[in-house]
Design a protein around this ligand. Sequence first.
Ligand code: ZN
Ligand code: ZN
Length: 347
Amino acid sequence: MKLEQYKVDALVVTHLPNLRYLCGFTGSAGVLLAAPRPVFFTDGRYAEQAAAEVLGARIVITRAAALAGVAAACAKLKLARIGIEADHLTVAQLAAFTSALGKGVKIVRLSGVVEAQRAIKDADEIELLRNAVNLSSRLFPGLLRSLRSGVAESSVAARLAYSARRHGAEAMSFETIVASGARSALPHGVASAAPLPPAGFVVLDYGVVADGYCSDMTRTIHLAKAPADARSLYMAVLEAQLAAISAVRPGATAGEVDLAARQELKRHKLDRYFTHSTGHGVGLEIHELPRLAARSDAILQPGMVITIEPGVYLPGKCGIRIEDMLLVTGSGYEVLTPVSKDFIELS
Ligand code: ZN
Ligand code: ZN
């Protein structure tokens, strides 16, 4: 991390995924003073864990709030300009930290410093992401078997979580979406008590956390034999997804990839039903940089791991989304999600 670039002497890192990324700490309370000589602060509960996990930083166990310890260290090291993670520090924490620092120290509000670095994955991270993707993909056949008319969406999600843990997942990477019937038109239709209908689309969007890294995939299946218009709606979304995938290459902007999906849907007069962005980065968190949104000028670079997930949502009727995870490579892309996207009609 180039602190000079941000014109600060140190960055106070409080966001837990950033802590994990920078020094390996996986606990739930700690602060890293990222400076020429980094110092990690945590409390007594984490003394043993920090000693085992933290790399590249001196460890200080504090009695009071970790940020008070950070302020004292800043004074001792005579640091004049301290960066903070403006997106992650609460107003109360900032006030306490400011008064603990005292006069003469300038607090610089920074945004996305570590996140920008995290957008490009190294070889070890790519391996962990592959493992997470493969684990969730192995759950898909069992997930399909659990889909039956009359079974509650929440029961489908609960079985999936149980099976994920039994396969070694630490957690689900977000609340599983099982959206059936008219609920499939809700882009974020988390599993409800609603029973699966006898016929219609079911959007299944889920992922797991394995070794700290997240996976994310969506498949939409049809319960019972589908009418022709349902099938062509599915094929339009699939074509849009494939068009966006083909647009992925190093040097392309995120906006170009997003546009590729939108143009394909426009050809089918469906673009106005695509109401969210085309994808996002994935890593230690489920939503990371880059955002693949309309007109985004973020540039895709080798080592980025992203989702491609266009969808169409016809209010009150139905919705379809198809989502894969991709690695941006030196020459183009690799689709990481191995699950078929053929149209599935479950009888
Ligand atoms: Zn998803
Ligand atoms: Zn996603």
